[in-house]
Design a protein around this ligand. Structure first.
Ligand SMILES: [Zn+2]
Length: 815
């Protein structure tokens, strides 16, 4: 696979450093990751908190996401669903109705949650009042009467009396209990639209923490109730469930109970029922550096631009603290050692290098032999966690989230700061980085966080973000489906440069997805490279010089125009490249090829062929070579081919300097005027078509009506050009005062003279076609038998076609 990849990359003309690739599992890389983490720690940006994850009480271990995504991860159980009554403080006989399937959680439910936007009602049944979501009224038994209505967020002003309060003694003054919180995670899909909150739920924990609700954990590591839960201390939570409900029923705090069969997660190792538990986890405090993260986004040039204040900024503004610890075996172990002193106080040491590991090792010999920092070698090493070397500590079992490793790449790949300090300092932040759009929230984000956290600056100056290349039908490209062409075959058929230019000018460079289209690659070959090559061949056939050289300001208006266009092209391409806008750079270059061929060369053929005219050759040679220089980053192979043809095959175009703009050759007004003239020609041709007059039929006059500011400085410079292109005898400019669009009027009245001239032109063309078909050379003389021709034009026809006209049946070409 690696070799195949290398071959494609080589054929594509991409530079990739295959020899010095880094691996995140290298000891040097891991040591730098440790160093970076220690930096963040010392800046106070790391804290230990809790994260709620699925937990197996029998194995005493958390399970990761992929471990509960397996087919033996869920089982159906028959249980009870209960609607509990929570008395509202200050409103006698009034209760909030909350639904739950975990009675054990009711032992420590200090808060209830509602949806902020749902409608809620207070209903009367007999002599009691109940509050619940309006759309859940169907769960009530018997008749009821609505007595009051609320929006969910109105309920936040209520207080309720908790069923139990075992942790009253541990409460700090700011800890809240008995509160109602409105949060979006609550829906009206099931239950009563009111949810009980305990720390054993992911949303629960988040909401409680955000609202300073007391976070009491009443279950131990083995799934048993802790000592504080007096009546049932030590009992397994599932065994306690019916006992708890029985007691609450006696206290009149249960509205109803119903059997419920539902699917619950179980441990794939031992089959034990899992539950969500708050477990120790390590975080980077994003909130503390959020402002700096947003500030340093200002220093980054994003391509496409909308990512800067769009997706990336939004991600920064809404980022939660980053949980960086994982319960896994593989990965870079977190360098945190903890131990307890005699009084049970916790002490910890954060290690930032191999030297520190040696310095604090209880048995330094263990470390001197160490060649790998993975868990299998590291976990058994004990460190002194206090500076007096009295407390032995063990490493915490967690490894880093792998995004810590990829986010540390800029310095860890160079083993900074243990090596390459000067090189790193002079190359940081990186000039540019390129990856696909999903990395905006992942790799680009994690590098930014780590860089701002450690170095106080952004990690890269320019981020070029690409989309995804999909198969032609819009599905994902897949090796097994073989739904995309073999890149090497494609390159053989159309050339690397066609493929490169196709991709670089496409929306994939603007972070949008494209459906790969082989026909468009073929089009680029035809419309850019074949046409360009034809211009080169013409130049080589007729050029009056051997090497391209820079001309002085030429005489002819077309020469002046193409040189000015070229200088403008240099300016635009340079500007677009400087801002990493490869799409506009490549599209601008492609348009120029068409202008060069369809306008400049088409109108300049005769001048270029003329024996005694050196100037147009010099102009065309200079334009062709400079164009190749500008194309070199996009089409490196074709650019080099041009160099070999126009200069020599011993040197390379890639070692020449990037072209600079010669302002003396620029005449932007001429460019504007020529664009207008081309428009005139286009409109004039359309008018011919409309009146059914062929291009070869000469006409007397064209009248061009333009507003004052559109009128060329010197109209006489364009008379011949327009006259030839539209095949008219006279070009008249009419200035109009109002600002009206350009209008082109053709006088299509035909005199006999004009008709005869038109016939003569058609005849010349027809004879030339017949001569070509008969295989005659330009110098061969011939005879043409025809019934008739315009007499006045006989001499011209005979000269132009080198064919003598004779009367008779025809047309018949006689050699
Ligand atoms: Zn288990």
């Amino acid at each position: 696979m690696d070799k195949e990849w290398e071959r494609v990359i080589g054929r594509l003309g991409r530079w990739v450093d295959f020899e010095h690739s880094y691996k995140t599992m290298d000891q040097t890389f891991m040591e730098s990751v440790w160093w970076g983490f220690q930096q963040l720690w010392e800046k106070g940006l790391v804290y230990e908190g809790k994260k709620v994850i699925l937990y197996c009480p029998r194995c005493a271990t958390p399970l990761s996401n992929f471990e509960i995504a397996m087919d033996n991860s869920y089982t159906d159980v028959a249980e009870t669903s209960t609607v509990y009554k929570y008395p509202v403080v200050g409103e006698p006989k009034t209760f909030l109705l909350a639904w739950s399937t975990t009675p054990w959680n009711k032992l420590a439910t200090p808060a209830l949650a509602v949806s902020p936007t749902l409608d809620y009602v207070k209903v009367q049944q007999d002599d009691e009042f109940y509050i619940l979501a309006q759309e859940r009224l169907t769960m009530l038994r018997g008749d009821f009467k609505i007595v009051e209505r609320y929006q969910g967020r109105d309920l936040e002003k209520l207080q309720f009396a908790p069923h139990y309060d075992f942790y009253e003694g541990e409460r700090s003054p700011q800890d809240k209990v008995g509160v109602v919180i409105a949060d979006e995670f609550v829906t009206g899909q099931e239950g009563t639209g009111i949810v009980t909150l305990a720390v054993y739920g992911e949303d629960d924990y988040r909401v409680m923490k955000a609202h300073d609700v007391q976070l009491a954990e009443h279950v131990d590591d083995e799934g048993n109730l802790k000592a504080a839960v007096k009546p049932w201390a030590g009992m397994n939570i599932l065994e306690a469930n019916p006992l708890i409900n029985e007691e609450l029923k006696q206290r009149g705090l249960i509205y109803k109970e119903e059997p419920l069969t539902h699917s619950v997660p179980v441990c794939y190792r031992c089959g034990t029922r899992l539950y969500h538990a708050p477990l120790p986890a390590w975080f980077i405090n994003i909130q503390q550096i959020k402002e700096q993260l947003i500030d340093h986004n200002e220093d980054i040039n994003w391509v496409p631009e909308h990512l800067k204040y769009g997706r990336f900024l939004y991600g920064l503004e809404n980022a939660p603290d980053w949980n960086i610890s994982r319960s896994r075996y593989w990965g870079t172990p977190m360098p945190i050692w903890v131990g307890k002193d005699k009084s049970g106080e916790l002490a910890r040491r954060i290690v930032g290098s191999m030297d520190e590991l040696k310095e604090w090792a209880v048995d330094p010999k263990q470390v001197s032999k160490l060649i790998d920092l993975h868990r299998e070698f590291l976990d058994e090493i004990e460190l002194w966690v206090d500076d007096g070397k009295t407390i032995k500590g063990k490493r915490i079992p967690e490894v880093f989230d792998c995004w810590i490793e990829s986010g540390s790449m800029p310095f860890a790949s160079r083993h900074y700061p243990f090596e390459n300090v000067a090189e790193f300092d002079s190359n940081y932040p990186a000039d540019f980085i390129s990856e696909y759009i999903a990395q905006t929230r992942a790799w680009f984000y994690t590098m930014h966080v780590i860089s701002v956290g450690i170095f106080g600056t952004h990690a890269f100056n320019n981020a070029l973000t690409t989309g995804t290349i999909l198969a032609e039908d819009g599905s994902k490209m897949s090796k097994s489906k073989k739904n995309f062409p073999d890149p090497l075959k494609l390159i053989d058929q159309y050339g690397s440069d066609s493929l490169r230019l196709y991709l670089m000018s496409s929306a994939v460079m603007k972070a949008e997805n494209i459906n790969f289209n082989q026909k468009e690659v073929a089009d680029i070959r035809r419309k850019v490279f074949v046409i360009w090559w034809n211009v080169v061949s013409f130049y080589q056939t007729f050029a009056k010089q051997t090497q391209p050289t820079q001309p002085n300001k030429p005489e002819h208006i077309l020469d002046r125009w193409i040189l000015s266009r070229l200088e403008t092209l240099i300016q635009q391409t340079t500007d677009f490249m400087d801002s990493y806008d490869l799409v506009r750079a490549s599209r601008t270059l492609m348009e120029f090829v068409s202008d060069l061929s369809n306008w400049y060369l088409r109108l300049s053929r005769e001048r270029l062929k003329a024996e005694n005219n050196q100037e147009p050759s010099q102009v065309l040679g200079y334009v062709l070579y400079t164009l190749a220089q500008l194309f070199a980053p996009f089409a490196p192979f074709f650019a080099e081919l041009i160099h070999h043809n126009l200069v020599d095959d011993q040197t390379s175009i890639h070692l020449t300097d990037w072209p600079s703009v010669d302002q003396a050759l620029r005449d932007t007004q001429l460019e504007t005027e020529m664009a207008m003239v081309r428009k005139v020609v286009e409109l004039g041709r359309a008018a011919r078509k409309e009146h059914g007059v062929r291009v070869r039929q000469p006409l007397t006059t064209v009248t061009i009506a333009v507003s004052e500011n559109q009128l060329p400085r010197a109209v006489e410079r364009f008379q011949t050009l327009i006259g030839q292109e539209l095949n008219v005898k006279k070009v008249v400019w009419r200035k109009v005062t109002q600002d009206v669009p350009l209008t082109v009027l053709l006088d299509v009245k035909l005199t006999n003279e004009l008709k005869e001239e038109g016939e003569a032109r058609e005849l010349i063309r027809a004879i030339q076609n017949l001569r070509r078909e008969a295989g005659l050379a330009a110098s061969d003389r011939a005879k043409m038998q025809l019934p008739d021709w315009p007499d006045r034009w006989q001499a011209e026809i005979e000269t132009k076609t080198r064919t003598q006209l004779v009367k008779g049946e025809g047309p018949l070409l006689l050699e």
